[in-house]
Write a protein that binds this ligand. Sequence first.
Ligand code: IPM
Ligand code: MG
Length: 360
Amino acid sequence: MKIAVLPGDGIGTEIVAEAVKVLQVLDLKFEMETAPVGGAAYEAAGHPLPDATLNLAKASDAILFGAVGDWKYDKLERALRPEQAILGLRKHLGLYANFRPAICYEELVGASSLKPELIAGLDILIVRELTGDIYFGQPRGRRTAVDGHFPGAEEAFDTMRYSRPEIERIAHTAFQAARKRNKKVTSVDKANVLETFQFWKDVVTEVHKDYPDVELSHMYVDNAAMQLVKAPKSFDVIVTGNMFGDILSDEAAMLTGSIGMLPSASLNSKNQGLYEPSHGSAPDIAGKGVANPLATILSAAMMLRFSLNQATAADRIESAVKRVLASGLRTADIWSAGTTKVGTREMGDAVVAAITKTKG
Ligand code: IPM
Ligand code: MG
């Protein structure tokens, strides 16, 4: 088993170091190899996703990814910006299925901006299609308008598109995930306006025929955004396209009050996967040793479960994290009165200690 370790930018290096530490105490046999990605790779090799990094990722069973991005790269041409690294990895590895769980940990109910009763026990899963939609649709670009409201004016355009197989495979992913949970899927679309999402809705409805034991409902994306803050616990699995999934997953993550806690997985058809925290590179706190490493540590657990077939080791990490939270340790983002504030490294050490206290 081989893991590509791509820490990236900002707090990426600090949080990934803690996850690597945790992986190393599990007594599992795997090889880890580190490579630069994002702004760090642009500095080192002139490109956010150098060939060496991409080839390492392709040759690995799983990728442990930190975060990319920094405002200082905003002026670079699009192809050289750090974000292109993550988009390139998704595209070149075909990582079409993105899992973004939003779980509210009992101890952290108070961290949410919503009333505790709305989110206590929250456990939803967003399944976001990750390699299609307006993110990758061609054509795109700038040109002179030949029609529209201002013919002759400069304009920019992107293309929203989905093919039947792209929708079918992500629908299967969502229904199969729901089978292991509460057997409810909400497909989020904008079928009232967009042709692409009428088609999405039709195809999801067809695929659903294979899953009579799973309940399917459809919801427009604007309403879904509203229901997520009104009654988040009414959802189980949400399946949606790349763009809507990007937006709704940030909203869902914030419901829990602690985006620093949420892992994610992006898988291809061979179960090769990229695992990363749901949060970004947070350049404002980079290098200060205060970032929360738990989302990355929990991403490493997802990696063990989904790509490396080590469910027991994944359980050990997850239960260690719960015990550390129960013991009252908190990084600044989830700290509240009466708990103990710790830094990135101390939090990682505490998880390592909790794991070594239990037998493998
Ligand atoms: C995410 C991020 C990315 C996206 C960016 C960094 C390209 O927001 O993973 O949600 O838009 O998909
Ligand atoms: Mg996003």
